[in-house]
Structures are given as structure tokens and as C-alpha cells.
Design a protein around this ligand. Structure first.
Ligand SMILES: Cc1cc2nc3c(=O)[nH]c(=O)nc-3n(C[C@H](O)[C@H](O)[C@H](O)COP(=O)(O)O)c2cc1C
Length: 406
């Protein structure tokens, strides 16, 4: 286990004390007013005790008018600054890095909880029976695009001032940044659409704005899709070019994932024979990326055994292992790996038998969110938690939020 346990120094000098990162998972555990709840802060205290090198928070929204989920945390001003400071302190005394993941949902926003939904272009999601839960987005104006870019910088700066030790742009999974990158959701004909140079402008400007607001020595990372896995969408080749551009800009850590709400490869994998045997969904991509750029790489999706994690690090194609669902069932995961008590971590895929919901992760995601909330409420994870209960819980939070939309 010598590789997993070894420390890693980012280009800016920040040290991750080991190679395990908890990847971002939306906790849906903010307060009614989108502040971090005490329970949410408590979850991070527990996770910090488990000693991973890096904890990345669930996605935090840059605009209270654009929510991915009913109980997202939103950071757009200093309103909840004291609670943000308390959240940052959850890792106090542990040397665990705590980075917020910063996001705008764009068109992947439930109609029930948002007054207006925006995207690069007025292209609706195609999700079969679930499409009705989303609206055709309104195409963003030039002014609105610059406003969102600025918001990413503002959120990062406030979080830095609160004590978070780095930040991550959510550029993956079909949210706004990823929508700009994809020719399916971005059919603009101005400087933000068309060529890859134009589609990548949004993410590059976000990176520059954050850098401008947080300074040159603060770690900034991004989570980005290796591909969307949709015909006509963001391709592997395009993804490689975007990470090359980000690397040239000086980004500190690139996390690789893949998929969108329409094609949820991030949690379901891509069933490629070459990667199935090696657990990790996007390993082929990262091996190619390694040859292209010098930027540190983090890979998330599918890792379930210490043996495979150690081998991936040993091979040298990545620097940090990202784990998400395992952290919901093994809250002290890094320590459990280091003391040898856990060598393999299984994560169930709860279903309720409604095909389109099961296929889109409509039960699985709330099921894992409930596990996170149990941790924050001082309870143990519950592997026999009912899928129907999780689904009901997510409907309930959307239903109540629909009455007090921002
Ligand atoms: C409940 C839940 C919420 C998630 N929320 C986010 C999120 O906010 N941001 C993000 O980048 N990925 C999110 N993901 C995806 C995970 O970060 C990760 O990419 C995916 O679960 C695959 O990793 P794993 O196989 O280790 O779980 C979420 C996954 C789950 C299960």
C-alpha cells in the first residue's frame, strides 16, 4: 500500500497527505435557505476523522436562482459566512484538505424548484419519461454569461476567505460548464459556440476569473468529462484538448469522470471490456491524458478494491484516487484502508423497478444522499435502506421546495 499512503505535492506546494480523495457528492443537506446545515458540517467532521488526503464537497451553487437540488448549499455572498467558517473548521487539526466544488446546473435543473432555467442554448434534455421534470432552457445572453463567470470567482473567493484550502470547478456530468463544451447542448453561433475554441471559452474564463479572485498560489481543480458518451456530444479528443488548454493555464488538479443526466456514465460506467477488469471506468482515458499533460490527475468512478487502486498508482497514470459512494458506507474509509480492516468496498445499486428512474439513477442518488445525512446525524450507514423510501424522500424535498422557490 506504499503508493496510496504516500503524500502528494500539488504544483502550488499544497500537500495532500495521501492519495485518497473523497469525490464530490451532492448531499442535498443544506438548510431551507441554502446555508450549510449543522448536520452537513458534522458529516465532514466524521469524514475528516477518516483521514483522506482531500475532501471535495458536494456541488455548491453560485446562484440561488439556479438550483440542482432542493437543499443545495448556495454561496453568492457573505450571508452565511459564519457557517461557512464552521464548515471549513470541520477538518481542523487533521491536515485533510477541504475544497468546495463550485457549480451552476444550467439546464440540468428541476423545473419544480427553479423559476427560470438557463443554458448555452434553448436545447432541452432528452430523458424519456423524466424529460417532463426539466424545461427547455433559455439561452444565456452575453451579459448573463459574464455574470455567471464572475459568480464562480466570487464563490471561490468567499470559500477561501472562510478557510477552505482549494476549490474545484464542476466541469463534468452535463451541468452548465459541460453544456458549453458539448455540441449537443451548445448550438450558439457567437464567441461561446461552434468551434472547440469557442465552446471552451466559458470554462477557461471561469478558471481565469477564479484565479484572479483567489490569487496565484491557491489550488484550483476541475472535474471534467472524458466524454459525454452521446452521439454528437463532447468527445474524448475534445476533452483531451480542453485539459491541455487548462494545463497550460496552470490549473492544479484535473479530475476525470464522464457522462451526463442523459447518459449517467459517472455512476454506471461505460462497460468497456478493457476497463471492466480494472474497475475504474475512465482508466483508458487517463492513461492517454498522462502522456499529454503534466498536470496532476485524479480519477474517479468504479474503484472498489485496494489492490486495483494501488496498481493504478503504481502504473503512474494518475496521482490521486477519487472515491464517492464508498464514503457513504465506509465513513472512515482512508483509515480503514490503511489499518487493513477494509480491502474491498461494495456499493449497492438500489432500484425500485421503474425502468427509466432506475436507469437514470433517480433512486440511487437519493439513497446515497440519505446515507450521507445519516452520517451527519450521528447514525451509521444503513445498507438495507429501502429504495422506495429514498425515492419518496427526494420527491418530498422537491415538492416542498416548489412552494418557496427563490
Ligand atoms: C449521491 C451522489 C451525489 C453526487 N453528486 C456529485 C456532485 O455534486 N458533483 C460531482 O462532480 N459528482 C457527483 N457525483 C458523482 C461522484 O462524484 C462520482 O463521480 C461517481 O459516484 C463515481 O464514483 P464512485 O464509483 O466512487 O461512486 C455524485 C454521486 C452520488 C452517488
Amino acid at each position: 500500500m506504499k503508493n496510496i499512503i504516500s503524500s502528494f505535492t500539488l504544483p502550488n506546494g499544497s500537500v495532500l497527505k495521501n492519495r485518497i480523495a473523497k469525490s464530490a457528492m451532492s448531499e442535498n443537506f443544506g438548510t431551507r435557505n441554502h446555508a450549510p446545515s449543522k448536520g452537513l458540517i458534522n458529516t465532514y467532521k466524521v469524514w475528516a476523522k477518516g483521514n483522506p488526503g482531500l475532501l471535495i464537497t458536494g456541488n455548491i451553487m453560485v446562484d440561488s436562482m439556479a438550483l440542482g437540488e432542493a437543499r443545495n448549499v448556495v454561496v453568492e455572498d457573505y450571508k452565511d459566512f459564519e457557517l461557512l467558517k464552521e464548515w471549513a473548521k470541520s477538518v481542523e487539526g487533521t491536515d485533510v484538505h477541504l475544497w468546495p466544488q463550485i457549480n451552476h446546473p444550467g439546464r440540468q435543473a428541476f423545473a419544480a424548484i427553479n423559476r427560470e432555467i438557463v443554458g448555452p442554448s434553448a436545447v432541452p434534455l432528452k430523458m424519456g419519461g423524466a424529460s417532463k421534470m426539466f424545461k427547455t432552457p433559455k439561452a444565456l445572453t452575453e451579459e448573463a454569461i459574464w455574470d455567471i463567470i464572475k459568480r464562480f470567482g466570487t464563490t471561490a473567493r468567499i470559500m477561501k476567505e472562510a478557510g477552505f484550502t482549494g476549490c474545484q470547478i464542476h466541469g463534468a456530468h452535463g451541468y452548465l460548464v459541460s453544456q458549453f463544451l458539448s455540441s449537443i447542448s451548445n448550438v450558439r453561433t457567437d464567441q461561446w459556440g461552434g468551434s472547440l475554441t469557442n465552446r471552451a471559452r466559458f470554462v477557461l474564463e471561469i478558471y481565469r476569473e477564479i484565479r484572479r479572485q483567489v490569487g496565484s498560489d491557491y489550488p484550483i481543480g476541475i472535474k471534467i468529462n472524458s466524454a459525454d458518451f452521446q452521439r454528437g456530444g463532447f468527445t474524448e479528443k475534445e476533452s483531451m484538448e480542453v485539459i491541455r488548454l487548462l494545463g497550460n493555464e496552470g490549473i492544479d488538479l484535473i479530475e476525470i469522470s464522464g457522462g451526463t443526466y442523459e447518459k449517467p456514465a459517472m455512476v454506471q460506467g461505460i462497460q468497456k471490456q478493457s476497463t471492466v477488469s480494472r474497475e475504474a471506468y475512465f482508466l483508458d482515458y487517463i492513461e492517454k491524458a498522462r502522456k499529454l499533460i503534466k498536470t496532476p490527475l485524479l480519477l474517479t468512478g468504479g474503484f472498489r478494491t485496494v489492490k486495483v487502486m494501488e496498481k493504478a498508482l503504481e502504473d503512474g497514470s494518475l496521482d490521486v484516487i477519487g472515491l464517492a459512494r464508498p464514503f457513504c458506507l465506509y465513513p472512515y474509509l482512508a483509515n480503514q484502508i490503511f489499518d487493513g480492516s477494509v480491502k474491498q468496498f461494495d456499493t449497492p445499486t438500489p432500484k425500485i423497478g421503474i425502468k427509466f428512474l432506475d436507469k437514470l439513477g433517480g433512486v440511487e442518488l437519493p439513497w446515497y444522499e440519505l446515507q450521507i445525512q445519516r452520517i451527519g446525524n450521528g447514525k451509521s450507514p444503513k445498507t438495507d435502506l429501502s429504495g422506495i423510501f429514498a425515492f419518496w424522500f427526494s420527491l418530498k424535498s422537491l415538492f416542498f421546495k416548489s412552494f418557496w422557490k427563490n
